[in-house]
Design a binder for this molecule. Sequence first.
Ligand code: COA
Length: 239
Amino acid sequence: MGNFEVIIYEKKDGIGYVTLNRPQVLNAYNLQMRDELYQVLAAIRDDPEVRVAIFKGAGERAFCVGADLTEFLSAPSPVIARQVRWERDVWGLFLSITKPLIAAVHGYVLGSGLEIALCCDIRLASEDAQFGLPEVGLGIIPAAGGSQTLPRIIGRAKALEMLLTGGRVKAEEAYRLKLVNQVVSRHDLLPAAEKLANRIKGYSPVALACAKQAVTGGLDLSLEQGLELEAKLARSISP
Ligand code: COA
């Protein structure tokens, strides 16, 4: 893998590192990033050497500020801009990956930046992180899964507050809301993510995939159906 321009993808000791790399525009998500992310996600899914992945942002100021507004505004209409942007089902692919995914976020985590983090299983934030979904202010709504993933993580009322006001939530509040698992200093962000990844990557990939599927799949089922799913997955890996 390689030859990417706006994403850096590296593999080291079983960990895939995905770095959003447009720091001059706070890692705004453009069409090229969408295409590269799609390829990187497929590689993470298919490469048995990758046991766990870490997503991070380049530069000091942001993980990602959401959709690139210059592309967005140059399209014939917001609706067409959206159609073009989501033609590739990056988000469906993201959510279908059964390997553990960790987001290590700092600075601005807005719009699709937050939605990328929400597609991950564990979110670590540095103290300077700020989270928000500013889409309503632009006359649109989140379309990278945010209206579905956010309430499943922080609950309906707080998710609606974030969506309807477009307001930003700082790291400490994000921790209180259970939007992030841990808040650490900027300096400790990547080491903390690597510590988790190193621990996880030693476990059986099949057990990890089943555990992830049982939780994420089960949350959309009744308790009875969820228990059936768990039993089925447990049987599938019984020695
Ligand atoms: N798309 C494209 N470029 C963006 C961008 C975006 N979403 N957000 C920031 N940038 C660019 C700015 O144009 C600026 O570029 P320049 O230096 O060439 O002028 C650079 O990134 C730095 O941003 P700037 O606005 O100067 O920084 P700031 O500290 O004053 O403000 C934000 C930071 C995040 C509050 C502000 O940039 C912002 O509100 N961005 C838009 C967020 C948004 O609405 N995203 C879309 C979600 S759907």
